[in-house]
Design a binder for this molecule. Sequence first.
Ligand code: ADP
Ligand code: MG
Length: 286
Amino acid sequence: MSPAPATVPCQYRTGKTLGSGTYAIVKEAIHIKTGKYYACKVINKKLMEGREYMASVRNEIAVLKKVSSGNRNIVTLHDYFETAHNLYLVFDLCTGGELFDRICAKGNYDETDAASLVRTIFTAVKYIHDAGIVHRDLKPENLLFRTKKEDADIMIADFGLSRVMEEEKFQLLTEICGTPGYMAPEIFKKTGHSKPVDVWAMGVITYFLLCGYTPFDRDTQQQEMEAIIAGDYKFEPEEYWANVSSTAREFVSECLTIDPASRPTCEQALKHRWLASDSPHFVEDQ
Ligand code: ADP
Ligand code: MG
């Protein structure tokens, strides 16, 4: 006899596990009354001990709920529950998988497709920033496709709670997950981590989309961190970059500006000629 399914307080029945991340497990959830499917993020409260802390988490969730419904490329938070041990966040279900897996399957993205995807993600990041929120953990594992279709909407997931969970997350990220690859230099220097960290991460993501590997990949985490702080990356090996325009490289370089104050904002990045229009923006050097 199979065990009784876990019941998310009152209205949902949880199903298969969709993924797990730094501090949570995400499960499929069926809304019992309507039969609609959602994704339910289950966060263990042990990670957030302390009363004061819970108050800021609740506050953050209220903001997230409001903001997440305002842009079509952001995963909407529908519902929120709490039990003695867990927090449950009910989101739109994305069935198309992570951008990470699509990049791996394709090898890399064709430049026009990459530009279009980057434009869409940047527009959604700008929307988040305009609402006063920094994502802080932009990476291809947190970018999901709404459906399995080739031209499915790309969706930003996993934001909003990172500010209140920052300490734990930072430790877990570096200790367990082991890849600081998308983190901006100022995070390691502990000199701040506001909106520009997301633009840096977008630079790393764009690099990854164009060639199929990340710019600061090194043998050890220490070397990776040092490379990030020094902004030490190259558009190499040449065979992976042969078909990539200088406009695209320039765009990546601007997003990977070491000084956060000199890095473009989302608005400025969106005005860069690589993204600014649908016209053939990289014709000039082909
Ligand atoms: P964490 O903060 O622990 O990284 P995430 O919110 O990133 O948690 O979720 C972890 C993983 O679960 C994601 O990388 C993704 O594979 C899956 N996932 C998260 N949200 C959804 C969703 N709305 N629909 C489908 N899968 C999801
Ligand atoms: Mg995540």
